[in-house]
Ligand binder design. Structure first.
Ligand code: NI
Length: 403
């Protein structure tokens, strides 16, 4: 067996690169199997059973039905170090009809792995396979989290509730990204994704004849004032360096062209990056809605649901990923992402329990039209699987070596 003291990071890196290359055909097979059999959020029964089977065959301690349909695989180290490093991947697909012409395209009508979670699951399994081969030199445990229901931003919460973060000192995650070329990764210090909250408003006016507005309270007009005031108030009362996006995506109300509407329901999503801004959003929105409604005599009800906070990457762990990827692939393959995204990721719920980082894995083919995530023709360059596995495995090994 290899001796921890005598082995250098460089020879270990070569070893895991070779292991990952040997595993590549098997990993492509796994990815295609998962891709062909996608399951919606919270219904990942077959995927979970498949993942659990592969983890067990690598000798990991496996727990199923964690966080409803999630799977946890624990790779036991020597136990000298009590820290546990968690590696999180997600397993769910989207309600999209696949339009690719791939041999392994979805066999389930209306359901597709259009966000690359098939690739994430495969990379999680590949990393477990590689690290299982060098388990004798791991001082502590590595916990592989295969999470359900990321697309509805619920799975991470279910997993955390079931205790998967117990004893976890740090957590790593990744997401495929079609605008980064295959072979490269993107890291970002600080905010990676936005906080996403749900907003629902009921505006209650008073019905009346369409010809006599002065005898009614027009809920549609007041709803329009509320929307306009909120959008303008973002620009005039909020720090422009701390962005907010408020999108009302649904509006319902009214019964007939000549009847003034007495009730309107609005619902939308609210995105923000700065934790302080996020904290103050419900009160700020409530104040504006209240003042508009009071001015025109309407009543209102507001439901504000904080869905997920912003992913704030830990500087030390981000640096470790950056160094690991630079050693593995060279400096020109590691992009420092200049901007965060206003998309959301429930990975942030793990970060409320322990520091960690999420990086972006390039899957785009240079010179090709690379469809965006959630597109019915979304596809990846499968050589990204090895890039993901080696980057995660090498980061994990450096984590233990550098303390
Ligand atoms: Ni995704």
């Amino acid at each position: 067996m290899v001796d921890t003291v005598s082995i250098s990071t460089t020879s270990l890196l070569t070893q895991i690169q070779e292991l990952a290359e040997q595993l590549a055909p098997r990993l492509v097979e796994i990815r295609r199997h998962i891709h062909a059999h996608p399951e919606l959020s919270g219904q990942e029964y077959q995927t979970a059973a498949y993942v659990a089977g592969v983890l067990s065959s690598c000798g990991l301690h496996v727990e199923e039905a964690v966080g409803k349909t999630g799977v946890v695989g624990e790779l036991q180290g020597q136990g000298r170090d009590r820290r546990v490093l968690a590696i999180r991947t997600d397993m769910d697909a989207l309600p999209i009809q696949e339009r690719t012409t791939l041999d392994f395209a979805s066999r389930t009508p209306g359901v597709m792995h259009a966000c690359g979670h098939d690739v994430h699951s495969t990379i999680g399994l590949g990393t477990a396979m590689v690290l299982a081969q060098v388990r004798d030199i791991l001082p502590g445990n590595i916990r592989f989290l295969f999470q359900p229901a990321e697309e509805i931003a619920q799975g991470a919460g279910w997993m955390v509730q079931d205790g998967v973060m117990r004893d976890v000192s740090h957590v790593l995650g990744l997401h495929v990204f079609p605008s980064i070329p295959v072979g490269s990764i993107g890291v970002r210090y600080g905010a990676l994704t936005a906080a996403a909250d749900d907003l629902e408003l009921f505006i209650q006016g008073e019905s009346g004849h369409g010809a006599r507005p002065h005898q009614a309270i027009d809920a549609i007009w007041i709803a329009a004032q509320v929307i306009t005031t909120l959008q303008q108030a973002i620009s005039r009362t909020q720090n422009p360096l701390r962005p907010i996006v408020l999108t009302i995506g649904e509006i319902n109300g009214g019964r007939a062209p000549n009847v003034i509407a007495d009730q309107v329901r609005l619902s939308g999503t609210v995105r923000s990056l700065h934790p302080e801004t996020h904290e103050n959003l419900p009160d700020w929105i409530d104040k504006i809605v209240k003042s508009v409604c009071q001015t025109y005599g309407a009543k209102y009800e507001m439901n504000y649901n904080r869905r997920v906070p912003s992913v704030q990457n830990d500087p030390a762990l981000t640096k470790l990923v950056e160094e690991a990827a630079t050693e593995a692939w060279g400096k020109d393959k590691v992009q420092l992402l200049p901007e965060p995204s206003l998309g959301a990721e429930d990975f942030s719920l793990y970060l409320e329990q322990a520091p960690g980082t999420m990086f972006r894995l390039g899957v785009g083919q240079p010179g090709h039209l690379n469809h965006p995530l959630h597109h019915p023709e979304f596809d990846i360059d499968e050589s990204a699987i090895v890039t993901g596995v080696v980057t995660l495995a090498h980061t994990a090994l450096k984590y233990w070596q550098e303390g």
